[in-house]
Design a protein around this ligand. Sequence first.
Ligand SMILES: [Zn+2]
Length: 611
Amino acid sequence: MRGIHVEAAGLLLAGTFVAFAQTGNISVSVDATRVPQKLLHVDEVLPVQAGPLTLYYPKWIPGEHGPDGPVSNVTGLKFDADGRTIPWKRDLLDVWTFHVDIPAGTTKLHASYDYIESAGFSATDKLLVLEWSEVVLYPAGTPSDKLTYDAKLKVPEGWKFGTSLEVAGRDGSEASFTPIAVELRVDSPVITGEYYRSIDLTPPGEPIHHEIDLVADSAVALNMSPEVQKGLTNLVAESGKLFGTRHYRDYHFLLTLSDHVAHFGLEHHQSNDSRLPERVLLEPSAAFMVGSLLPHEFVHSWNGKFRRPAHLTSSDYARPMQDDLLWGSEGLTEYLGPMLAARSGLWTPEQYRSSLAAIAGDLGPGRPGRTWRPLLDTAVGVPGIRPARGWADWVRGTDYYPEGDLLWLEAATIINRESKGRKEIDDFCHMFHGGPNDGPQVKTYTFEQLVDGLNAVAPYDWAGFFKERLNSVSPEPPLGGIENGGWKVTYTAEPIKLPGRRGNVGDEYSIGLSLGPDGAVNESIVGGPAFQAGIGSGMKLVGVNEHIYTHDVLEDAIQSGQPISLLVVADDYFKTFTVDYKGGPRYPHMAREEGKPDELDARIKARAGAQ
Ligand SMILES: [Zn+2]
């Protein structure tokens, strides 16, 4: 264990964490009553003994794939024991690490600090998403599954909460949770808010309880339609069919609806922290939007949490993670999530296909990044490489998600083909993600074990299959799965009909510009027609063929099939560029390849018989 920590920080001297007393629980109390002012107060008490003590603030958070622990948001840090202030020092080589010297005779160390809920991230006037990794310090030298924490949370008067944690007691607006290892504590966020609702999603005959807990910035935003509720209940049933087992005691979808939080999802063993715009459930596209996020995060309970790449599995939060198998944990999840969304009726088959076409269009041809940077490197580079705004197509972003989807779609069609229709991706999921339900557990895997798992279902050169695609610098994205499935990607003048689809505002597939609603050039694709004319990311379109810019005017100009004169603002200057593009509007779509069986449709049909 110590070796792990020495390797982790690369700097710890022997004996720097001798002062953590291995007996007794650590207790952490979070006062969230000042959430509207964007502050949490944390009090933590650790059993200690005399000597030097090293404390970590979590740095490598599971599911985040990089050293992102928000230590900048920790302020007002103070330590005391028996009424005396204990000085602290930050480590010279690692800003997430703190050192204190515990005086003789001291048995309890009290740490006190505020955590700043950065505006636009996890807290609003009406709600909070509490990730415990943000509000714990933990002693070096003990693995995170061996450190037991008592925890209390005090919320503003009248707020309710949802979590997969077991509640041990309540006292007014303060709840205490059953003591558990910090590993599971960090894996079990709490959502709390003035406007809260929970809905049972357990399908008939399912022995394990499933629910969705919602918090929102308004009461009306909690109104989930019966269709979405049915789709989510179907999702639970379909996940049971796909994997044949579960690895949790019960499951909570934690959904936060707000325009003032970051929109993303973070997976956990027994819950997921998903965040969408406030009024998403009230929109006609509610099922699609919910289906775009929640099935992915739910699948992670099996793929990413239970089965986890060995290099992404760490005994604490200080040891660096290696991201080379993210195309397995995220890529396969990105394939299975939409497949389950379609099987459960949250997505229509047309939406499933349109989504695949959009992915194929977004990944190329004509996207320059893939000609220098292999897919594997988009995963390996995650801890340090975040493309500057406007340069995602040249640098490449987190392509192991969408391209991972295509990769696993192709793998699924190969399983069918090689097994002569006797096996399918479901058989792989049953086998690879199966086993008894002993609650939240981790079973790690390596590249070789993944390949062995696939070979056990359908013998094939799986190692060669993945290595070729992971290391390719071809301008063409891997479309073998779409083609094996009896479809092909074509480009027509018809815009993509997917809710929230940026391609309907931008013109990336024609003149190579992704535009904001006000004409801001979010991205000028390097090598594309607009880029060749001189337009760069960050400029702003203000005129089209001597007419003030509106998106309709631009669409008319693209439709004309004539070169287009664009007036842009570049920093403080007006500039005019002529884009020599005559190809008309262009958007990716799927078309049937007649004569081939429709394997895509076969794979997204409901299996659980719940629809
Ligand atoms: Zn994911």
